[in-house]
Design a protein around this ligand. Structure first.
Ligand SMILES: [Fe+2]
Length: 296
C-alpha cells in the first residue's frame, strides 16, 4: 500500500479550530515547543487559504533563512556533479535565491513565464487525486515550513527546500514540466484507486527518485534525491534497475527510508517515450493489464 501518510506529519484541527501538526517522536523538532508552534502557524495559513486569494506569505525568521542559505549552498555544490543536465538547465533558467527562502508567490512569478507552472500552498499531505490532478493545470502543491535548525541538512518530511529546490528547478524545464503535466492528466483520467496508485508510484520512481544515464555517469533528476543532502551521496550505490513501468508500478518500497532501488532512464528521450507516453495514454484497463503482467 502506498503509505504517503508516513511521509508527511498529519495535520489536525482541534475542536476550537487550532491547527496542530502531529510530529512523530523521532522528528528533530518533536521536543522543541517553539518549532512546533511555528509549524502549527504555517500549516494554519495553508488551511485558511482559498483559491483566488493571494498566496500565504510567511515571515521567515533569520534562523530559517540561514537554514535555507546553508542547504541551498551545499546542495548546489552536489548538483554540479550529480544532477541531470536537464535539471541544471532548469535551475539556470529559474535562478532561485540562495540568500533567503523565497515565498511561493515569488517562485510562481519566476516559474510561470518559463513553463506556466505555479505553486499552491499545502498544510501537509494533499489527497493523491487532488495533488496529481492539478498538475495538469500547471499547479504544484507545496508546504512552506523549513526543517529543524538542529539538522539543517536533513528532513524526514518534504519541506520548502524539497518543494522548491527539488521540484521548482525541474518545473522550470519545459521537458520535465511536460512530464509533470502528463502525470496530472493521467491522475484525472483514471478512475480506480488502484490505477491512481499505479500512476503515483511511477511518479515516485521518476520525478521524485529518478536517475538518468549521461555521458559522464549516472545523474539524478528526482526531486527527492536532489533535495536530500544525504541521498545525493548515496544514489549511485543503490540497486539501479532499468526503466520499467510494471516494476515501478508494483514494486514494494518504503518511503520513510532512502530508496534502495532506483530506476534508470537511458536518456530524456527514453523517459518521455516510456513514462510520458504512459501518462499521456493510460487508462484503468491498461493499468490493470500492466499489473497482471507483474503477477504472471
Ligand atoms: Fe516531492
Amino acid at each position: 500500500m502506498f503509505e504517503e501518510g508516513q511521509y508527511f506529519a498529519p495535520v489536525n484541527t482541534d475542536a476550537d479550530g487550532t491547527v496542530v501538526v502531529e510530529l512523530g517522536e523521532t522528528h528533530p523538532g518533536f521536543a522543541d515547543p517553539e518549532y512546533r508552534e511555528r509549524r502549527n502557524a504555517i500549516a494554519g495559513l495553508a488551511m485558511e487559504w482559498e483559491p483566488g486569494r493571494p498566496m500565504p506569505e510567511i515571515s521567515y525568521t533569520e534562523t530559517e533563512h540561514g537554514i535555507w542559505r546553508l542547504a541551498s549552498a551545499e546542495l548546489a555544490v552536489k548538483h554540479r556533479s550529480l544532477a541531470a543536465h536537464e535539471y541544471l538547465n532548469g535551475a539556470e533558467r529559474l535562478e532561485l535565491p540562495a540568500d533567503h527562502i523565497p515565498q511561493l508567490s515569488e517562485v510562481s512569478e519566476a516559474l510561470e513565464p518559463l513553463t506556466g507552472f505555479s505553486y499552491l500552498p499545502a498544510a501537509g499531505l494533499v489527497p493523491l487525486r487532488e495533488f496529481y490532478g492539478v498538475l495538469s493545470d500547471g499547479k504544484f502543491h507545496a508546504t512552506q515550513y523549513i526543517r529543524h535548525h538542529s539538522v539543517p541538512l536533513y528532513t524526514p518530511e518534504p519541506d520548502v527546500v524539497h518543494e522548491v529546490i527539488g521540484h521548482a528547478n525541474a518545473l522550470a524545464s519545459p521537458r520535465f514540466a511536460a512530464l509533470y503535466r502528463a502525470a496530472g492528466e493521467a491522475a484525472r483520467r483514471v478512475h480506480s484507486e488502484d490505477a491512481l496508485e499505479f500512476v503515483s508510484r511511477v511518479f515516485w520512481f521518476t520525478l521524485e527518485f529518478g536517475v538518468i544515464r549521461e555521458s559522464d555517469g549516472l545523474k539524478a533528476y528526482g526531486a527527492g534525491i536532489l533535495s536530500s543532502y544525504g541521498e545525493i551521496d548515496e544514489f549511485r550505490d543503490m540497486t539501479i534497475l532499468p526503466l520499467d513501468l510494471v516494476t515501478m508500478g508494483t514494486i514494494e518500497y518504503d518511503i520513510t527510508h532512502y530508496q534502495d532501488k532506483l530506476f534508470e532512464a537511458a536518456s530524456m528521450d527514453q523517459l518521455e517515450d516510456v513514462v510520458g507516453e504512459f501518462w499521456t495514454s493510460c487508462d484503468d484497463d491498461m493499468i490493470e493489464r500492466l499489473k497482471a503482467e507483474a503477477t504472471v
